[in-house]
Design a protein around this ligand. Structure first.
Ligand code: ADP
Ligand code: NI
Length: 214
């Protein structure tokens, strides 16, 4: 499996060349490493965890006109070519399809542990200092405002509203990032998320203090 993991790394690096800095190879590398760390304390298939972590952002629908099938096709073709068994492929594709925050309303309740692990890792990389940096980078990429005192956050948006939202970057913290710590699946994930959550609260407090010069 080690050589398959290395081939997957090379494949993902090549595919994500030039990607927005918050969804690039380095994001995937962090999620892969966090996934392995979280997996240490869980009974799971590490092959499935590693392959899913490496392939989870291979073709994010946000950057492909909303198409949610491209990532599955690319991943399946790649895994078949590597001679990976069908059962493992099915498990990996299920994770890629269901990992996303915006799909959380549609996901079946009884989730496989491998999905829970990679989802926690992906969510951890969305919070803390890295989370702040990624979020402002994405907001800049979209040319969104950093903050607007008269545009309040929209809580409880539907999947469609969330995808279309052109809100401010600061609002994204209230609409998603601050909710993540309570959505963690694993104990290790919860522990890491708790610390990063506190960092974001401090960041927001200081940001607003500095904004409101008086
Ligand atoms: P998911 O793939 O879990 O649905 P997203 O791709 O929407 O999550 O978000 C991944 C990261 O991209 C976020 O954690 C954030 O850093 C950035 N991001 C997504 N949407 C926005 C937004 N509207 N404003 C700022 N950053 C965003
Ligand atoms: Ni991701």
């Amino acid at each position: 499996m080690n050589s398959t993991i290395q081939k997957t790394i090379d494949f993902v690096k090549e595919k994500l060349e030039g990607a927005e800095a918050g969804h690039d190879w380095f994001h995937v590398e962090r999620v892969w490493k966090l996934s392995k760390k979280i997996a240490e304390a869980e009974e799971c298939s590490t092959d499935v965890v590693e392959l899913a972590a490496l392939l989870h952002d291979i073709a994010d629908p946000k950057f492909h006109n909303g198409d949610e099938t491209i990532a599955l096709t690319i991943s399946r073709d790649f895994l078949v070519l590597q001679g990976i068994e069908e059962l493992v492929i099915e498990q990996v594709l299920f994770i890629i399809q269901n990992i996303s925050f915006k799909n959380r309303g549609e996901v079946p309740q009884d989730l496989p542990i491998e999905l829970k692990i990679v989802q926690d890792a992906d969510r951890i990389d969305a919070i803390g200092a890295i989370g702040v940096a990624r979020t402002f980078n994405f907001g800049g990429f979209k040319n969104n405002l950093m903050y607007h005192p008269d545009i309040p956050p929209k809580l409880g948006m539907s999947k469609e509203e969330y995808k279309k939202s052109n809100g401010t970057t600061i609002n994204h913290f209230y609409e998603k990032l601050l909710l993540l710590k309570d959505l963690m699946n694993t104990n290790e994930g919860k522990k890491i998320a708790e610390k990063r959550h506190v960092f974001m609260l401090n960041f927001l407090e200081q940001f607003l203090q500095e904004w409101n010069v008086d």
